[in-house]
Write a protein that binds this ligand. Structure first.
Ligand code: PAF
Length: 285
């Protein structure tokens, strides 16, 4: 596995990897890798000839009171994992390399950037869109792989790719869960044993929405109410949002008949976690 820390080196490595028309898949990450990331790496391996992974804890997507400085950094374990997955290129730039002094250009996906997580985390999606656009410019992947777990991020990036004519395909891979239902996240390692148990209420609430939908209920307010009843079983979990939206625009949907995204975010202790469920169109439930 080649490891590069500069844009110039990454570009020159990629020229070699791409020789003879080989395709490149990119998995952008912030490190602290878990099986969810590995599922993206394996999907990239299945779809592309060469697999590039980036590890960069992107300062511009964290708010001033968020966890940028204490975000888990597990470099040695991440490298070992990526080597064992036979990743071809690991791009791990410094903040100065990604944002040289004087950088002042940002990408804002208007409207969508302030929905769901964007509403609770002002500026978050501006940081995500900017860094992902930069990674696309540096790596020039044929396909880029993201997890459905960050459903709002996926919607924002899809729109950015369309609006800015990026010549690549976004591939979205399913949420990977622990056997008890908890969606994998690098932030799960902040949870105490007790909080981890409380956090299960998110996937339980979404499972309840799925069951109600399978019973033919399509009225969003009713589905949200019943998710709220499950969430209330853990009074110490503070709900940030619980909504049913259009998965492409992130706008609220009154009815789920044509398909919908049920998304929830909550604070368990001081850790903010998210989870979601894609509801297919009613006739296929
Ligand atoms: O999903 C993430 O880990 C990050 O938001 C991403 C896409 C790597 C951008 O920093």
């Amino acid at each position: 596995m080649r490891i590069t820390k500069t844009v110039e080196e990454a570009r020159s490595d990629l020229r070699e990897l791409r020789a003879g028309g080989r395709s490149v898949g990119l998995v952008p990450t912030m490190g602290a890798l878990h099986d969810g990331h590995i599922s993206l790496v394996r999907a990239a391996r299945a779809h592309c000839d060469e697999v590039a992974v980036s590890i960069f804890v992107n300062p511009t997507q964290f708010g001033p009171n968020e966890d940028f400085t204490r975000y888990p950094r597990t470099w040695d374990a991440d490298c070992a994992l990526l080597k064992s997955e036979q990743v071809d290129l690991l791009f791990a730039p410094s903040s100065e390399e990604m944002y040289p002094r004087g950088s002042s250009t940002f990408i804002e996906v208007a409207d969508m950037s302030d929905r769901l997580d964007g509403a609770s985390r002002p500026g978050h999606f501006r940081g995500v869109a900017t860094v992902v656009a930069k990674l696309f410019q540096i790596i020039e992947p044929d396909k880029a792989f993201f997890g459905q777990k960050d459903a709002a991020q996926v919607a924002v990036l899809r729109k950015m790719v369309r609006d800015l004519n990026f010549n690549l395909e976004l591939v979205v891979c399913p949420i990977v869960r622990e056997p008890d239902g908890l969606a994998l996240s690098s932030r799960n390692r902040y949870l105490s044993t007790e909080e981890r148990k409380q956090a299960l209420v998110l996937s339980r609430a979404l499972r309840h929405v799925e069951e109600e939908s399978e019973r033919g209920i399509t009225d969003s307010s009713r589905l949200i109410r019943s998710a709220g009843e499950v969430l209330a079983q853990e009074p110490s979990v503070r709900i940030d949002y619980c909504r049913i939206v259009d998965p492409d625009t992130l706008e609220d949907l009154a009815d789920t008949s044509s398909g919908a995204l049920a998304a929830v975010a909550a604070f368990v202790g001081s850790t903010r976690i998210i989870d979601n469920l894609l509801l297919p169109p009613a006739e296929t439930r």
